[in-house]
Write a protein that binds this ligand. Structure first.
Ligand code: G16
Length: 542
């Protein structure tokens, strides 16, 4: 029996770059999750009798909110829900299931790389029928609806058994509990040369994959250990836990420190990788060689033809604006277009749908291709493994050869976390106001040559996204970018992206911190970071 429950709006349900993200305690307020789910459905048309995909990264509250979603979906007239067993679906796997099943859309429960647990973060995002994050028009409509909602529809029914594979009924809606891994693993077999990678492992190549007690554990174990024959123990922290075992599931050099140290050790593995809470980000480290996400995108693009799924070449490469220009040089050499988009995977979706780009990447450790409409952590690891299986060279050599051909973009991101929102806004406002006066200004990194606030016109539909980050360029091609994070849940995070290009005949083996020192000084002088934030140093450097 359908019930209509009276409710009042929560004014803070504005979906950011990756859906609605809040503390678990916020989501636990009465009707909070239900309001958001009903607001999503109220903003969509034409889903009666259609299929919805539901799954999450297994974090605290995952199962409870899935039960709420299923009831609201049934009461609103969806015909069928596909839900991952145990409530599990990585973000890229959910994207694939949406596409493969021809679903109307999907609800993914995750706060991505943010920590999980009763005092940590939770999130919900809506993906559309192409498998990708909802575009800005849809998220704006959802937000507008959350401000007006007065009731939601649900059912008074017992919980669905999420652990039992197969079909159950919820009112008139079918719920199919599906194997969360199988379809995704099959897709990977169509893209990569599994025989070559199997032979690489059989030859003694060693990999350590850190699943960070998050969602990729079951995917990595099935693909790397079962299908590709890597020895047991290749996947570490392989069981998804509601609090990620107190790990911060962000695969960077700070939060995946153990992995980094193992790879830097004398007798470490040949290759190391990690993924985040919901499985869409990746960290790549060769023995004695960290690979920045921006460089990883460039190397993957330059070598993608070595994998069967990309043997016919790439249509184009897309990168987010703060991502380094390393991929631009590869695109130029391949004679294919390079698209520079705002931060947020949704901007790639249109380019992929239009067949304009094949590979996309972001400095925030996201890389992916047109096989789904999300970034995909394990996909990036498998493409690297495919390249290593064909080239049979260590990562150090692959990187040295890459830089010797294309030059090197030294790169780092400095994050200032937990700044009072007013202070962060004041810093950005002051910098925006100063933009016209910056060109010509002398700094430790030389004179400023260009200064603007990035605005993007989508080449597929002409839509414009303004104020996407402040770019300051220098005469030698170096660059500093300032933007505020759209994914934090506490205060504001200022991200400062630093990049210096050295040509193929220049100094290619500097320490990154040394190469970037003048830019770091210039960034503080231009934006008054310490003055505004009171912080002398960034909280995280990646
Ligand atoms: C999300 C988006 C990414 C984007 C990132 C930016 O990542 O999906 O495309 O790069 O946010 O984060 P911020 O605004 O904090 O710099 P995820 O992995 O959190 O879904």
């Amino acid at each position: 029996m359908i019930q209509t429950v009276a409710t009042t709006p929560y004014p803070d349900q504005k979906p950011g770059t990756s859906g609605l993200r809040k503390k678990v305690r916020v989501f636990q307020q009465p009707h909070y999750a239900a309001n958001f789910v009903q607001s999503v459905f109220d903003s969509l048309d034409g889903f009666a009798g259609q299929t919805l995909v539901v799954g999450g990264d297994g974090r605290y509250l995952n199962r409870e909110v899935i039960q709420t979603m299923l009831r609201i979906a049934a009461a609103n007239g969806f015909g069928r829900v596909l839900v991952g067993q145990g409530g599990i679906l990585s973000t890229p796997a959910a994207s694939h299931v949406i596409r493969k099943s021809g679903a109307f859309g999907g609800l993914i429960l995750s706060a991505s790389h943010n920590p999980g647990g009763p005092d940590e973060d939770f999130g919900i995002k809506y993906n559309i029928g192409n498998g990708g994050p909802a575009p800005e028009g849809v998220t704006a409509a959802i937000h507008a609806r959350t401000l007006e909602i007065s009731e939601y529809r649900t059912l008074d029914t017992p919980d669905i058994d999420l652990d039992q594979l197969g079909t159950q009924m919820l009112g008139e809606m079918t719920v199919e509990v599906i194997d969360p891994v199988a379809d995704y693993a099959d897709l990977m077999e169509t893209l990569f040369d599994f025989d070559a990678i199997r032979a690489l492992f059989a030859g003694g190549f060693t990999l350590s994959f850190d699943a960070m007690s998050a969602v990729t554990g079951p995917y990595a174990t099935e693909i790397l250990e079962r299908r590709l024959g890597a020895p047991a123990g290749t996947v570490v922290n392989g069981t998804p836990l509601p609090d990620f075992g107190h790990h911060h599931p962000d695969p960077n050099l700070v939060h995946a420190r153990d992995l980094y140290e193992r790879l830097m050790a004398e007798e470490g593995p040949d290759f190391g990788a990690a993924s985040d809470g919901d499985g869409d980000r990746n960290l790549i480290i060769g023995r004695h060689q960290y690979v920045t996400p921006s460089d990883s995108l460039a190397v993957l693009a330059a070598n993608a033809h070595l994998a069967p799924g990309y043997a016919r070449g790439l249509k184009g490469i897309a990168r987010s604006m703060p991502t380094s220009g390393a991929a631009d040089r590869v695109a130029q050499a391949l004679g294919i277009p390079l698209y520079e988009t705002p931060t947020g995977w949704k901007f790639f979706g249109n380019l992929l749908d239009a067949g304009m780009a094949t590979i996309c990447g972001e400095e925030s450790a996201g890389t992916g291709s047109d096989h789904v409409r999300e970034k995909d952590g394990l996909w990036a690891v498998l493409l690297w493994l495919n390249i290593l299986a064909v080239r049979r060279q260590p990562v150090t050599e692959i990187m040295a050869e890459h830089w010797a051909r294309y030059g090197r973009n030294y790169y780092a991101r400095h994050d200032y976390e937990g700044i009072a929102t007013e202070r962060a806004d004041a810093l950005m406002a002051e910098l925006r106001g100063a933009l016209p006066t910056l060109p010509g200004r002398e700094t430790a990194a030389g004179a400023v040559s260009t200064a603007d606030d990035f605005s993007y016109t989508d080449p597929t539909d002409g839509s414009v996204s303004a104020h996407q980050g402040i770019r300051i360029g220098f005469a030698d091609g170096s660059r500093v970018v300032f933007r505020l994070s759209g994914t934090g849940t506490q205060g504001a995070t200022l991200r400062v992206y630093l990049e210096r290009y050295v040509g193929a005949d220049g100094e290619l083996a500097l320490e990154t911190a040394d190469a970037l020192a003048p830019l770091i000084q210039a960034a503080d002088a231009l934006a008054g970071i310490t003055r505004h934030t009171g912080m002398d140093e960034p909280s995280v450097i990646t």
